[in-house]
Ligand binder design. Structure first.
Ligand code: TRP
Length: 455
């Protein structure tokens, strides 16, 4: 423990975790998932997932990480020697590489859009043109693969040179600016002609739209956006010091992350309706709408450069956190050198990321379970592996770990008087594991079969 650095300041702890949490998940994935699943009802279920499952699972990860100051595998082995629960770290490794792969494709699009903004190509087109511009980017195999490689290359260099702390520091400076920028965009969107329709779409839920795919989508989005379930926050918490208040920190992260997602929605949906686009466009939604927004804003050229630059930084702090899981595991558990582990991580992501990039063009006909590689990686990791990891971690903290250790972690050895401890423990023990299992059963259609049997 002594040789492992600790975050000294409270700000450092929160900023690094927020840096991991805030990323394309909030600004790209949240609006498109909400748009595909009917808006308001999805957002309600999403919020329930963040507060009833998300916060308890963040706290579970924090408790394990800070109690041991170790990575997931050794941490669980230390707390419950020989326990099979430590295999959760393998779910983490597999899903971290899957996410890194498709995430890099989208981050590649961000770099291309930044480039196109700088050379002025994004200015002065009609909304339909922006749809064509996006289609021609993802339709070109070499362009999308090249941008993906470029992004992974930058990610590699940062990890390889060990400058992720520096990048995180820059990004901590930039995140408040991103927040401010989003607020400005938000005001701009609220002044658009059909802003009211956009807000109604987001905030007046139509619960007749609730479906298994919407519920699992909302749960997956909550886990994805909070960087949960693959022991990312567990590893970050292994660097926390004894004074970090876990419950409070987890709540702040969840609230900040959710605010960014909602802001993104309030930027995108009024524009969707005002520019006559479809909220159900899927992954391309944000890339079609943002340029139309810049176009209509005074000084749009500069706004677009600023936003894509900040989004790039938001993505890179998130991919650093995913890569760290893999690298820490290889170096601490398998005595691999950091150099080799970084190369391995990037190598796998290059292969899988290229497959994802190509699934929008030359490989678009190859489907597994009716999904392209990109969709499959996203679905399997976000909607299945992350909640499964979260389930295992919550059960471990709720039922297996020594109760005194858990209580000491939550109260910082009795120095904090935490009134929310009991409800939080209740959520970790009962609500989170049960809800995750019930949602899985609902999605595989168990309740329908039961109803068919009974009636
Ligand atoms: N939460 C990040 C985002 O919203 C993505 C991310 C980073 C992530 N680390 C993770 C997702 C770990 C799941 C697990 O963009």
């Amino acid at each position: 423990m002594s040789e492992r650095a600790q975050f000294v300041t409270k700000m450092g702890v929160i900023a690094a975790s927020v840096g991991s949490a805030v990323g394309l998940g909030n600004i790209w994935r949240f609006p498109y998932e909400a748009g595909m699943h009917g808006g308001g009802a999805f957002i309600c279920i999403y919020l329930l997932c963040v507060f009833l499952l998300g916060i308890p699972v963040i706290i579970a990860e924090f408790v394990i990480g800070r109690a041991t100051h170790k990575n997931a595998n050794s941490a669980i082995n230390l707390l419950a020697p020989g326990s099979k629960f430590r295999y959760v770290s393998y779910i983490g490794i597999i899903s971290s590489v899957m996410i890194l792969s498709f995430y890099s494709v989208v981050a590649g699009w961000i770099i291309e859009y930044l480039f196109q903004s700088i050379i002025g190509n994004l200015n002065g087109h009609s909304p339909e043109d922006y749809s064509n511009i996006f289609n021609s980017l993802v339709g070109s195999p070499w362009r999308s693969v090249l941008w993906t490689i470029l992004f992974l290359g930058i990610n590699f260099l940062i990890l390889r040179k060990g400058i992720q702390k520096g990048i995180e520091r820059i990004s901590n400076l930039l995140m408040p600016i991103l927040f401010l920028l989003l607020i400005i965009f938000c005001i701009n969107s609220l002044l658009l002609p059909k802003a009211k329709e956009g807000l109604e779409f987001m905030f007046s839920p139509d619960f007749s739209q609730v479906s298994p795919s919407m519920i699992i989508g909302a749960m997956g989005q909550a886990f994805f956006s909070l960087s949960l379930g693959l022991t990312c926050l567990l590893t970050y918490a292994s660097y926390f010091n004894d004074k970090t208040p876990l419950i409070k920190t987890a709540t702040i992260i969840a609230i900040l992350d959710t605010c960014v997602a909602i802001l993104a929605g309030v930027i995108i949906f009024p524009a969707v309706f005002s520019f006559g686009a479809e909220p159900t466009a899927g992954p391309k939604l944000v890339f079609e709408i943002l340029p139309s927004i810049f176009n209509q804003m005074p000084g749009g050229y500069l706004w677009s450069i600023a936003l894509f630059t900040l989004l790039f930084f938001a993505s890179i702090t998130s991919t650093i956190s995913m890569s760290e899981i893999f690298i820490t595991f290889c170096t601490e558990e398998h005595n691999m050198s950091r150099k080799k582990a970084t190369r391995l991580n990037t190598g796998i992501a290059l292969v899988l990321g290229s497959l994802c990039a190509l699934s929008f063009n030359v490989l678009s006909d190859i489907k597994v379970f009716d999904k392209t590689f990109f969709d499959l990686f996203d679905y399997v990791s976000s909607n299945i592996l992350l909640p499964a990891g979260g389930f295992i971690l919550a059960v471990f903290v709720g039922w297996v770990m020594n109760k005194n250790i858990v209580a000491n972690q939550l109260t910082n050895n009795g120095t904090l008087n935490v009134r929310t401890m009991r409800p939080i423990l209740f959520c970790i023990r009962y609500i989170a594991p049960l809800a995750i299992i019930l949602i899985f059963l609902y999605v595989i259609g168990l309740f329908d079969s039961l109803a068919a049997l009974l009636f």
